[in-house]
Design a protein around this ligand. Structure first.
Ligand code: HEC
Length: 125
């Protein structure tokens, strides 16, 4: 039993240190990496499709700065990978938060294209 636990822990660590194959991730969502449109994500970032709700509401429009959750008021560390190297390193986390944040911001899930555009936008921010 203990042996399996150790192996599981080791595998987990390996998974964390791997860098994500983003093109494969986008394809897994059903998006085409050749069609990425960062400008579109940049525009969407601040857009309030529902009043007072946009990605910038919590993450601000400077991704190098920390944000603040508009409801819980909790501090959110910067999304920019340049100042926060832990960002965009776990597929599970990316999927979980994109789902949650799109639902919060737009009352729907984001399309594969939108998610890909957002991630590429964050990567260059
Ligand atoms: C209500 C506040 C809120 C809004 C609005 C919001 N987010 Fe977030 N976001 C969070 C929180 C909280 C986390 C997780 C906590 C953390 O990682 O610091 C998070 C995490 C993320 C992550 C995970 C990054 C990683 O790998 O660590 C991504 C990507 C993200 N948000 C993108 C978006 C996008 C795109 C939008 C707009 C559609 C958006 N967020 C809108 C609060 C928000």
């Amino acid at each position: 039993m203990k042996k399996y636990l150790l192996i599981a822990l080791l595998c987990n660590n390996v998974a964390y240190s791997q860098t994500i194959d983003f093109d494969a991730l986008y394809r897994s969502w059903g998006a085409n990496p050749l069609e990425v449109d960062i400008k579109r994500a940049q525009m969407m970032w601040n857009k309030e499709i529902i009043a007072n709700k946009s990605c910038a509401s919590c993450h601000t429009n400077n991704l190098k700065k920390q944000g603040k959750h508009i409801k819980t008021k909790k501090i959110i560390k910067p999304l920019s990978t340049q100042v926060n190297p832990k960002r965009l390193t776990k597929v599970k986390k990316i999927n979980k938060w994109l789902k949650r944040n799109c639902k919060f911001t737009y009352k729907r899930e984001c399309s594969a294209q939108e998610k890909m555009d957002f991630i590429e936008f964050i990567k260059q921010s």
